[in-house]
Design a protein around this ligand. Structure first.
Ligand code: NAP
Length: 359
């Protein structure tokens, strides 16, 4: 499509950072193009779906502008019919009206707003980049080449895994990193489930899964949760949740026909102790995120964990002038939707300034 045209701004990523950058760049008349990623089984397995982490979360209660209220009618009139499938409406909670916006709805609204501003969307992944000379070259997963005077990388982050052989064996057969995507599957219905992790994601997943499971174990490797106080309180108050302190899974047991059936958990304080074995129909891994920056290796300076390094006074500049980074792919500290959106706006303003100065 774009072998010959050089874009002013190409944005890679479709979470809050990407869509906000796109809205700002479009309103600055830069006619941005945005690669939203492809909905492929490989991306699904890797937890790298289009629309980012918000699309796999439940309610977002800390994004300003969306207080408690029933958004269903608004969403039905705002989001195009062909995108309605992405909106969970009643899936999460019976008292949705008290909770406000869901993650999928929030990011879908951002997408719609960007389209309204004239942003052009490519539903492909960027598989490779060449930032060694300008215009920069982007190659998508079909092998199509695009050229751009400036690039904003906003590829977010995706799930980290425990690294067990049995975890790999049971992926899509009881092991998941996305409670919202998989929690309602019949295999988990009225059966026990294990969630691993101690942060807000693990707490949120555990609470969400209580809607389907007979019981939700939450195993944390320490005796203190990292999750916010409000989430800890909700966990404590939910009779279906049982916390397993100082425990990490060491083996997931089951069969290819029945999927996950049991899990062995070691005591992190006493590794010599015989592992605790629990019955569980599923294991939901929620132990943090790693940045989606593999395709940038060698093209930009990354830190030891793969996060893009910001290199100058401008908040979003990278090691290559003209390439900017926003959101969770460059943020190992805050990792919040509102912060990602803010940095997306900064990246678009920085790209606009760069283009003006380099003309
Ligand atoms: P996180 O805060 O980094 O928590 C990861 C958890 O996994 C930690 O408790 C960590 O244990 C544990 N962990 C890490 N590696 C492990 C391993 N190999 N084995 C066992 N446990 C392991 O990640 P997150 O929960 O995904 O949250 C990320 C960010 O998003 C946070 O800023 C969070 O506040 C935000 N978030 C907010 C909401 C909300 O506001 N509703 C919802 C979800 C996420 P340690 O504690 O011992 O390090």
């Amino acid at each position: 499509m774009n072998e010959v045209t050089t874009q002013n701004v190409a944005i890679i990523g479709s979470g809050p950072a990407g869509w906000t950058a796109a809205i700002y760049a479009a309103r600055a008349a830069l006619e941005p193009i945005l690669f939203e990623g492809a909905l492929t089984p490989e991306n699904q397995d890797a937890g790298r779906l289009p629309m980012g982490q918000l699309a796999t979360t439940t309610y977002v209660e800390n994004y300003p502008g969306f207080p408690a209220g029933d958004l269903r009618e608004y969403l039905k009139t705002t989001i195009a019919e062909e995108r309605q499938y992405a909106l969970p409406y009643d899936t999460f909670d019976d008292d949705a009206s008290k909770r406000g916006v869901s993650g999928p709805a929030l990011v879908e609204l951002m997408r719609k707003q960007a389209l309204d501003c004239g942003v052009r969307v490519v539903s492909e992944d960027v598989a490779k980049v060449d930032f060694s000379k300008r215009p920069f070259k982007l190659i998508d997963s079909n092998g199509d080449e695009y050229f751009a005077r400036s690039v904003i990388v906003a590829t977010g982050a995706s799930a980290r895994w425990l690294g067990l052989t049995s975890e790999e064996l049971f992926k899509n057969n009881g092991v998941s990193a996305c409670a919202v995507c998989d929690g309602a599957l019949p295999r988990f219905y009225k059966r026990p489930i294990l969630v691993v992790g101690g942060g807000d994601s693990a707490a949120e997943d555990a609470l969400y899964l209580t809607k389907f499971a007979s019981k939700v174990y939450l195993a944390h490797r320490r005796d203190q949760l990292r999750a916010s106080n409000v989430m800890q309180k909700r966990l404590r108050e939910n009779p279906k949740v049982e916390l397993l302190w100082n425990r990490v899974p060491t083996e997931i047991l089951g069969s290819s026909e029945k999927g996950v059936e049991r899990v062995k958990l070691a005591n992190t304080l006493d590794l010599k102790e015989a592992p605790l074995e629990i019955e569980a129909s599923g294991v939901f891994v929620a132990i943090g995120r790693r940045p989606n920056t593999e395709f940038l290796e060698g093209a930009l300076n990354l830190d030891a964990n793969g996060f893009i390094l910001h290199e100058s006074a401008s908040a979003t500049a990278t090691s290559v002038p003209g390439v900017f980074a926003a959101g969770d792919c460059a943020d190992s500290r805050y990792r919040q939707a509102i912060v990602a959106a803010g940095s997306g706006a900064c990246a678009a303003l920085d790209a606009e300034r760069f283009l003006m100065e380099s003309e």
